[in-house]
Design a protein around this ligand. Structure first.
Ligand SMILES: [Zn+2]
Length: 88
C-alpha cells in the first residue's frame, strides 16, 4: 500500500503511539504499539481504517473510565476485565 500523503510506495509496517480522544470520559488516552504503516520517504504514519474501527468498537465495549491513560493496543484488545458490567 502506498503513502496517502506523498504516494511513495516505500511504506513499511510499524508500531506507533497515538492519542485517542474518548468523548464519553472527555479524556485522551495514549495507545502504544498500534499497527501502522510508516512512509520511508516523508515519515508520514498511516493507521488503517480497520485498526481505527477496532479501537473505536473496543471503547464502546469497555468501561472507558477503567482504561488507564496509557495502554498498548494489544492490552486494549485483550483486557476482558474492562468490560462493562451491564453487558452481562
Ligand atoms: Zn509519504
Amino acid at each position: 500500500m502506498g503513502c496517502i500523503k506523498c504516494h511513495s510506495h516505500e511504506t513499511v509496517a510499524s508500531l506507533s503511539s497515538i492519542c485517542w480522544d474518548v468523548y464519553e470520559i472527555q479524556t485522551t488516552i495514549k495507545i502504544d504499539s498500534v499497527p501502522s504503516l510508516t512512509c520511508n520517504n516523508c515519515q508520514f504514519v498511516h493507521i488503517n481504517h480497520s485498526v481505527k474501527n477496532e479501537i473505536e468498537d473496543r471503547f464502546m465495549l469497555v468501561d472507558s473510565s477503567k482504561v488507564p491513560n496509557s495502554i498498548t493496543y494489544n492490552q486494549l484488545m485483550n483486557q476482558d476485565s474492562l468490560l462493562k458490567n451491564n453487558l452481562f
